[in-house]
Ligand binder design. Structure first.
Ligand SMILES: [Zn+2]
Length: 289
């Protein structure tokens, strides 16, 4: 018993020391993309969900699903957010989120390597790293279903999963415990340039930009502004300090976004490494607050 515990601690220390691996995140992303188009309610998205859940078995975290039926322009569709909780003891919480569905396109095969393979793979690698470290705050990792709109983007078409979880976390008190929510989207582009989103929390934004500068990654975090409606919005509306990290400049004039050009060859391990190192260090600093 004692021996087994010692081995567990050794394993945990080694895993924590290893840190975030951009190469591993890229591999997780490739695995997700290999399931093909992963639209809400599809068999492929169900297979990806099983893949995520099987990887989380090793993370020593609590895994749950937030299941609901979304009313979409394409009719009712059953959706599931996946939630992994790494328990701390402070009573406070930090969430890192991203979506795992891909947008429906009928006229071409959309595999969404960056959108949303990258957020899917990024969170899986983060789960692998968090498994090895003791926590002060609860850390939630969330894979959102139904980020994409079925028709024209609107207040009621898009952000299905995040709107559902925000309502649930408002009701059960989790939202009030959140020090920060950091959403990642399209962070695998080999030409990584993240602009400051004006719809995000300025306080969390300053912290993340400071961390990036301290780690020598400042050139990837631009001072230029942007405004992006993404999965952070339903939480920001609740007063949660929420930040969106998105590189919404994918290919010449963003021409790879939502096209058949969004493929694995456009991504790089080093971009995942940058965002992974920054998010992990941000979690560390938030836990000290
Ligand atoms: Zn998209």
């Amino acid at each position: 018993m004692h021996c087994k515990k010692a081995i567990l601690i050794l394993w945990a220390t080694a895993a924590a020391a290893a840190g975030f691996s951009g190469a591993s995140a890229l591999k997780f992303t490739a695995d997700a993309v290999a399931f093909g188009p992963r639209t809400p309610g599809s068999g492929a998205l169900g297979e990806l969900r099983e893949y995520i859940r099987s990887n989380l078995k090793q993370c020593r975290c609590e895994v749950s699903e937030d299941a609901f039926t979304a009313r979409t322009p394409a009719g009712p569709i059953s959706m599931r957010n996946i939630i992994a909780r790494f328990p701390g003891n402070s009573g406070r919480a930090i969430a890192v989120t991203g979506h795992y569905d891909t947008k429906v396109f009928r006229d071409f095969r959309f595999v969404g390597a960056n959108d949303a393979g990258s957020s899917t793979g990024f969170l899986l690698e983060l789960a692998r790293v968090l498994a090895g470290a003791p926590r002060k705050d609860d850390v939630y990792l969330v894979w959102f279903d139904g980020e994409e709109a079925f028709g024209e983007w609107s207040a009621t078409d898009g952000l299905y999963g995040s709107r559902h979880l925000a309502a649930r976390w408002a009701a059960d008190g989790t939202a009030r415990r959140l020090k920060a929510l950091i959403n990642v989207d399209m962070i695998g582009d080999r030409d990584l340039a993240i602009a400051k989103d004006s719809l995000s929390s300025p306080v969390i934004g300053r912290l993340v930009w400071q961390v990036a500068s301290d780690l020598g990654y400042g050139r990837h975090f631009l001072n230029q502004g942007t405004a992006v409606e993404d999965d952070h919005i339903p939480f920001a509306r609740l007063g949660v300090p929420a930040l969106d990290l998105i590189d919404f400049d994918y290919g010449p004039d963003n021409s790879w976004w939502h096209t058949e050009e969004d493929t694995m060859d456009k991504l790089s391990a080093s971009s995942f490494q940058v965002v992974g190192d920054v998010v992990l260090e941000t979690i560390r600093r938030l836990e000290r607050q």
